[in-house]
Write a protein that binds this ligand. Structure first.
Ligand code: MG
Length: 319
């Protein structure tokens, strides 16, 4: 792209931490502590598919990185650095400055510096690719296959708000400006509990970040672990502002709503006090919502409305 080097120098040439070689050579160089392995994850965000055209570029920069460090947290990995690929229909310096500001604020906040990337011209629409890397001690990773019968199931943060915000933006509910205003940040500025996730390595047994809905994402953990689960609906941390909505809308948002980027994890009941202490130390809300059982499938007890039918699949990218 014309001006590609200028673009990087203007917006993305940030100092790398000591011991890391960042932007400016053929490759970045990352140190990994001995006894650890590199955890690597990547996500693509496509305009019109994963974000609305015209979304606040600062929020988009934040979210592009947030969805990746959320996966590091779900592995128990400590962030080391990230790569950014940007395909843009043109160079809009105001847009880029906003995007870079949002991206960098989160990168600084969670300790995941930008250490390289690429830019190119796109024939149509914006495409953003972020790859994040972290490190996790061997055998302390929070794999999806680690859940065991008897484990407690925990959820961080709250559920439902991003889904309802998305439905409001899509015009699928009667317009409610005050509600949208109080929920929109939950959709556009997700705050994955990265340091808390890192601290769960070696404490929890299995984890996943909630990107496609609690039931679907927990289902991935249970399938990989060969277990079943029971969730108590009344224990779920429903976002406080959802109380004004119809019970069916809330139930669906809480159980099936995506874009949450909080953690669902399992741990031995004995680890409960340690988890509560870690949550308090990191300022994270962590709620015990159910239990892992032998068998297969998820049962949700105490739902306001019966489960089932076609309304209860999570987000399917090809659906
Ligand atoms: Mg994930």
């Amino acid at each position: 792209m014309a001006g590609e080097f200028d673009l990087i120098a203007r917006h993305f040439d940030w100092p790398a931490p000591a011991g890391t070689l960042g932007v400016g050579d053929d490759c970045a160089l990352l140190p990994v502590a001995s006894g650890h392995r590199l955890a690597i994850t990547t996500d693509l965000l496509v305009e019109g598919c994963h974000f609305f055209s015209g979304v606040d570029p600062q929020a988009l920069g934040h979210k592009a990185l947030a969805v990746n460090v959320s996966d590091l947290a779900a592995m128990g990995a400590r962030p080391l650095g990230c790569l950014l690929g940007l395909s843009l229909p043109g160079v809009d310096d105001d847009w880029l400055a906003g995007f870079a500001r949002g991206f960098r604020a989160l990168a600084d906040g969670v300790g995941c510096p930008l250490i390289g990337g690429d830019t190119t011209r796109s024939p149509q629409g914006i495409v953003i690719s972020v790859t994040a890397m972290g490190e996790v001690a061997v055998d302390a990773e929070l794999r999806r296959s680690g859940a065991r019968p008897g484990d407690d199931i925990w959820v961080t943060g709250t559920l439902g708000a991003p889904h309802v915000a998305l439905e409001l933006l899509q015009g699928r509910h009667p317009s409610h400006a005050a509600l949208l205003e109080s929920l929109q940040a939950m959709l556009e500025w997700p705050q994955p509990p990265v340091a808390f996730g890192t601290a769960l390595a070696g404490v929890a047994h299995a984890a996943i970040d909630i990107s496609d809905g609690l039931l679907q994402d927990l289902g991935h953990v249970l399938k990989a672990s060969g277990c079943a689960a029971e969730i108590e609906y009344s224990r779920l941390p429903v976002h406080e502002r959802l109380g004004v909505l119809d019970a069916a809308v809330v139930q669906r948002a809480v159980l099936n709503g995506g874009d949450v980027y909080q953690l669902c994890f399992t741990a031995a009941p004995l680890a409960g006090p340690v988890i509560e202490a870690l949550a308090a130390r990191h300022g994270i809300r962590a709620t015990r919502v159910g239990r892992v059982l032998p068998g297969q499938g998820v049962r949700v007890s105490g739902c306001p409305l019966p489960l089932g039918g076609d309304g209860y699949a999570g987000f399917d990218h090809f659906g």
